[in-house]
Design a protein around this ligand. Structure first.
Ligand code: DLL
Length: 430
């Protein structure tokens, strides 16, 4: 364990520490016009916050709010104390900014060192960091954690697949960090280059920044011959390092001494008890650059009620179940891309590369699932292809309760991503 004292801290002590941090935080953010206005509107004064249990009295913050105060509206410190900025990778609207003080970079290094240590990384490891370096938080986040542990860090950044594989071979990387979709792409390209991953020293991979499933984990672990850990975070909170899986791989421990999690009903804002599914909300308890109160992530999950076997006392969230805003509503039915992925990854004759195309024909929503057929399947084997399509359509119908057309497409015809995969094309003009 990287920091046993804090990671296994007695829960009562943790709550008391969180209460102290929250009180300090509220006094500080009340000086920022944005938060003062929000708290005044709810008639909450900093003196009303006496413990962490009072957190639900505080206002929520949304992505929309952050865009309103872009770029520095939430800074609570002197601008001279900001040493680095990162921005969300969102493709639409004004990006959201996280501005870090040296204190925040230290917190980031600490939580990322914990993240990597959870998967057994030590200073003897060689970390090939294939998350993008730049405004995206993936590259720098892993880098700071890896450096804090004292690993040999290869800051290769995303993309340039041939070079990634060459470096993997030449430098004997023991740890790989990138998006889960890119790890599968590396496995595929590596196989073509004749790399036998079972003979490589890779032992662990830390994958996140996009949704993936248990079935995808099985696939990654089998193809790359490593143990694949789920890591979670978001720019608004700090980047990666908000929550991560331990060796038990049963949920992600939230680094609760820094980031306080709540689950709410996304419609009413009501706080839900542990065990119930809803929208994940975070308050940054210790950040000094752009601390944030009750940020609505739009990510859907639940907090485990049970303690983890590893001995850590920080609560765990289930791997993400979807987002309130990427939930597809097709013919009135709520569908999460992860449900489709789960079905696809269990089928034979196809590869884990797919695209969901939604159209509206005669006022009716139509979902087409395009998925690549395996290399060993001839494109001219029409009967076999049709039979696979039918089998998957049947399996999807059982899961989604609506019909989705399945189309097997040629191997490697779906665009690969070096960062977050784009898997939905919604052509409906609604
Ligand atoms: O993706 C930070 C990150 C970098 C996390 C590297 C993990 C590894 P953003 O670009 O701001 O930050 O995107 C944040 O990505 O709200 C989730 O919807 C999604 N996401 C992040 N990690 C996971 C994960 C980074 N493990 C948004 N599983 C979040 C599913 C994830 N979705």
């Amino acid at each position: 364990m990287w920091n046993k004292d804090i990671e296994t801290i007695d829960v009562k002590k943790l709550r008391s520490q969180q209460s102290k941090s929250l009180k300090k935080l509220v006094e500080k953010v009340y000086k920022v016009p944005f938060y003062k206005k929000r708290m005044d509107e709810l008639d909450v004064d900093p003196s009303d916050i006496k413990s962490i249990d009072d957190i639900s009295k505080l206002p929520f913050t949304t992505k929309y709010d952050l865009r309103e105060v872009y770029p520095y509206g939430l800074c609570t410190c002197n601008m001279d104390d900001i040493v680095e900025v990162h921005m969300s990778s969102g493709t639409t609207g004004t990006p959201v900014v996280d501005a870090y003080t040296l204190n925040d970079i230290e917190i980031w290094s600490e939580v990322m060192a914990r993240t990597l240590s959870m998967g057994g990384v030590t200073k003897s490891d060689i970390v090939q960091n294939a998350y993008g370096y730049g405004l995206f938080t993936g590259g720098f986040g892993v880098h700071y954690g890896s450096r804090k542990i004292g690993c040999l860090t290869i800051p290769i950044s995303g993309g340039n697949t041939q070079r990634q594989l060459q470096v993997l071979k030449d430098f004997g990387s023991t740890v790989l960090t990138c998006t889960p979709s890119y790890s599968l792409y590396l496995a595929e390209a590596g196989k073509e280059m004749g790399i036998d991953f079972s003979k490589m020293p890779l032992k662990a991979g830390f994958f996140g920044a996009e949704a993936w499933s248990e079935t995808m984990r099985t696939e990654i672990e089998a193809k790359l011959h490593l143990k694949a850990y789920d890591i979670y975070g978001l720019t608004e909170i700090i980047g990666p390092g908000v929550a991560a899986e331990c060796e038990c791989q049963k949920g992600l421990h939230v680094f609760e001494d820094h980031f306080y999690p709540e689950i709410i009903n996304p419609e009413t804002g009501e706080v839900l008890p542990d065990g119930e599914k809803g929208e994940l909300v975070f308050t940054t308890l210790t950040k000094t650059g752009t601390p944030i109160l009750r940020y609505r992530t739009r990510d859907i999950t639940y907090i485990f009620k049970e303690k983890c076997e590893c001995g850590r006392t920080h609560r765990r969230i289930h791997r993400l179940l979807g987002r309130t805003d990427d939930m597809l509503i097709i013919r009135g039915v709520n569908i999460f891309p992860s449900q489709i992925e789960n079905v696809l990854l269990k089928q034979k004759g196809i590869e884990p590369h797919y695209l969901l195309v939604i159209d509206r024909v005669n006022n009716l929503d139509c979902l087409e699932v395009q998925v690549e057929m395996s290399d060993d399947l001839g494109f001219d084997e029409v009967k076999v292809i049709e039979s696979i399509e039918k089998t998957i359509e049947h399996a999807l119908h059982n899961e989604l309760l609506i019909f989705a057309k399945v189309k097997l497409v040629e191997p490697k015809s779906i665009q690969r991503s070096e960062g977050k995969a784009k898997r939905i094309v919604d052509n409906r003009k609604i």
